[in-house]
Design a protein around this ligand. Structure first.
Ligand code: IPM
Ligand code: MG
Length: 361
């Protein structure tokens, strides 16, 4: 079976970490009937430089034609003064919208070997395994109208910025189903996070989640306001199994949850549409401060490659081999700088890739 993967390294540490993930994908599929064909493209600041736009038409065409997309990261301080529509982040939002990637899966799993890297006490995080299901193509990120305009207030002309938060029932229902389906394969608990005491979008969100839950009688549904959820995540994170939430809340809570596991450098993500296509990227950003130094942690991207095999190509077996190889290298005490304690052996990005490839066999 031949599959085409579009690789979009992006900016900052993106090229270094995707290179290692591609190596791992090649190694794990070698000798199997899955034949991967890698096509490279541009996105973000790199695309702005190459083509004058963070999500150029060539990249869009390639993304829609690919069986899956592997992305590094976008953004960097050199682009901060560009007009908003040309900024690297718009590349990421553009590809999410163009591919209709409404379901963002962000697992937060604590590798026991890293329990001491978490800022929380080991007993609070030991065994942690949460899945955050973030709605990715709606809410305030994409709501219209938006902009900055001049307005008269008390006879004075002031500029005001505005964004709009929207959700329709279809958008809420389909992300709800993703969360409940995921929970059926896990511990059968869904916590829906909203702000229903204040927002109408959340009132509808809650109503639709309750409706969806009727199709999943085995799954326990609870609701939590987002402020409380943020607090509960650091108080007692193991109470959660699947958390489902809207775009902006999910952006914030997934960064928060990632730190429970020691380093955001460990966390993969999958963004899926309803056609079985997916985009896979680390949960972290482009880390411009350490770019080009060969010290970035490639494990989140390597684990994203594992998610790619599982969700886009139905190869949970190969995904599990990558995940267990990652666990093996951690057992060996190999750590990139972000997760390194004095007892560990510090390795470079490439050495970490080498070690994972070696551990596959
Ligand atoms: C993320 C990032 C993006 C987001 C940015 C870079 C647009 O923070 O993937 O979580 O806010 O969705
Ligand atoms: Mg984010």
């Amino acid at each position: 079976m031949q599959k085409n993967i579009l690789v979009l390294p992006g900016d900052g540490i993106g090229p270094e970490i995707t290179e290692q993930a591609v190596r791992v994908l090649k190694a794990v599929t070698q000798g199997t009937d899955l034949n991967l064909n890698f096509i490279e493209g541009v996105i973000g600041g790199a695309a702005y430089e190459a083509a004058g736009h963070p999500f150029p038409e060539v990249t869009k065409t390639a993304a829609l034609a690919a069986d899956a997309v592997l992305l590094g990261a976008v953004g960097g301080p050199q682009y901060d003064n560009l007009d908003r529509p040309l900024r690297p982040e718009r590349g990421l939002l553009g590809i999410r919208a163009a591919m209709g990637l409404f379901a963002n899966l962000r697992p937060a799993i604590l590798y026991p070997q890293l329990a001491d890297s978490s800022s929380l006490k080991p007993e609070v995080v030991a065994g942690l395994d949460i899945l955050i299901v973030r709605e990715l193509t709606g809410g305030v990120y994409f709501g219209q109208p938006r902009g900055i305009r001049e307005t008269e207030i008390h006879g004075q002309t002031l500029r005001e910025g505005f964004n709009t938060m929207h959700y329709n029932e279809m958008e809420i229902e389909r992300i709800g189903r993703v969360a409940f389906d995921a929970a059926m394969k896990r511990n059968k608990k869904v916590c829906s996070v909203d702000k229903a005491n204040v927002l109408e979008t959340s009132e509808l969100w809650r109503e639709v989640m309750i409706r969806v839950s009727r199709d999943y009688p085995e799954v326990e549904l609870t609701h939590m306001y987002v402020d409380n959820a943020a607090m509960q995540l650091v108080r007692w994170p193991k109470q959660f199994d699947v958390m489902v939430t809207e775009n902006l809340f999910g952006d914030i809570l997934s960064d928060q949850a990632s730190m429970l596991t020691g380093s955001i450098g460990m966390l993969p993500s999958a963004s899926l549409n309803d056609k079985g296509q997916g985009l896979y990227e680390p949960s972290h950003g482009s880390a411009p401060d350490i770019a080009g130094q060969g010290i970035a942690n490639p494990l989140a991207t390597i684990l994203s490659a594992a998610m790619l095999l599982r969700y886009s190509f139905g190869r949970g077996d190969l995904a599990a081999r990558i995940e267990s190889a990652v666990s093996t290298v951690l057992d060996q005490g190999l750590r990139t700088a972000d997760i390194c304690t004095p007892q560990d052996r510090k390795v470079s990005t490439i050495e970490m890739g080498d070690a994972v490839v070696a551990a596959l066999n």
